[in-house]
Ligand binder design. Structure first.
Ligand SMILES: Cc1cc2nc3c(=O)[nH]c(=O)nc-3n(C[C@H](O)[C@H](O)[C@H](O)COP(=O)(O)O)c2cc1C
Length: 227
């Protein structure tokens, strides 16, 4: 045991609690969120925050947590990558994956973007639907060949035998070599049309500001939320 190691389980718990309490906090170097000076609709603000995350060298600024649900599964969540943004948030995945099956059963989803270094979080509620086939095809064909081979070798999230993985990948590469434009039928470009978008900004010190937009017909209703 090293001289610094805690001696008992209780010490270990106390030490972890102390370390968590002292964990580094962000020191945001971005403009504060002023509820009086935000756009009338949320996607303009989201786009400007995403731009600032990209310009601020946030690692994977387009990563977000996607939460889905179904009667059988209950809620589940995982990280995916934003592929585009227009009036909807776009990402790509298999319709046959667990999340794809859940979104097919219940289209309500929650998205959470966190740009910790900038003290920012955006929470989106919306409905997911499959986008046009040509968008899914373009997404798949832009992927690295190894990623494409992995996507067709074994169904996403399926249990597999590691002894058979190499052979499955080799077979997938052979299929792609023979048909470079192959796009599996289950590959899907998903769009999420937002009904609620909430912005959370930690400003200097311990202050936080929250602004939520909610869809009302063709308009957005805006409110400040107590942090
Ligand atoms: C940073 C990061 C980005 C990811 N991007 C995607 C993605 O864009 N699409 C995707 O299907 N899975 C992506 N994944 C993998 C998912 O988190 C998840 O493991 C996979 O989609 C299976 O999820 P499911 O079993 O809930 O369907 C990503 C994982 C990480 C950590």
């Amino acid at each position: 045991m090293s001289p610094d190691a805690p001696e008992t389980a209780a010490d270990a718990v106390a030490s972890l609690r102390d370390r968590l309490r002292e964990a580094a906090r962000p020191e945001p170097d971005v403009s504060p969120l002023d509820p009086e000076r935000v756009p009338d609709e949320p996607l303009a603000l989201f786009r400007s925050w995403l731009d600032e995350a990209i310009d601020g060298d946030v690692v994977q600024p387009h990563a977000f947590v996607l939460a889905t649900t179904s009667t059988a599964s209950g809620p589940t969540a995982r990280t995916v990558l934003l592929k585009d943004l227009d009036e909807a948030f776009w990402f790509a995945s298999s319709v046959e994956s667990p999340k794809g099956v859940q979104m097919t059963e219940d289209d309500r989803v929650a998205l959470t973007f966190t740009w910790e270094a900038q003290g920012r979080q955006v929470r989106v509620l919306g409905t997911a639907s499959a986008g046009p086939r040509d968008v899914a095809e373009a997404d798949f064909l832009h992927r690295h060949p190894d990623t494409r081979a992995a996507a067709i070798a074994v169904p996403q999230s399926a249990e597999f035998d590691p002894d058979e993985a190499d052979a499955a990948l080799r077979a997938a590469r052979t299929r792609l070599d023979a048909d470079p434009d192959l796009v599996p039928a289950d590959w899907t470009a998903w769009r999420v049309d937002p009904v609620s978008v909430e912005f959370w900004q930690a400003s200097t010190g311990r202050d936080q500001v929250r602004v939520r937009y909610e869809r009302v017909g063709d308009d957005w209703r805006r409110a400040s939320l107590w942090p």
